[in-house]
Design a protein around this ligand. Sequence first.
Ligand code: TYD
Length: 132
Amino acid sequence: MKFGAGESKSSSGSLGFIEFKTLPFVPERLYWIHSVPLGESRGNHAHKTLRQFLFLVQGEVKVELSNGKNREFIELKKIGEGILLEPGFWRVLRNFSPNCVVGVICDQPYDENDYIRDEDEFLDWVSAKYGS
Ligand code: TYD
């Protein structure tokens, strides 16, 4: 599902914003991805419990999401456009345009133990949790 941030446009430029009350969780952390070399991907992991709102600050990017059974491709092309990333999705960010910046708002502090970084391990985790 795509969500949109707010935007104010004027002759002196544009200003994007997100009211935290519109998010379905209380933010604890913000990080951003930038300066991704052409052809590189980011993500390539899943989270066990973390909820995130990923949004486009600048440029274009393609997000691949898999719940272990179905794969979905979401293209973010409009500044401020974003997606709610629930736990239990293998995510890969690809096709970063030059100068692309992606912001990610999270409901928990950084915790390496919340990551699943191996796709086979992710598939095992999904089967154990939801059945195969
Ligand atoms: P990671 O989430 O693995 O990014 P990606 O999947 O895009 O490669 O983060 C890369 C590294 O950055 C991670 O190993 C530790 C560090 N990091 C933090 O210290 N704090 C954070 O909030 C995040 C997201 C990452």
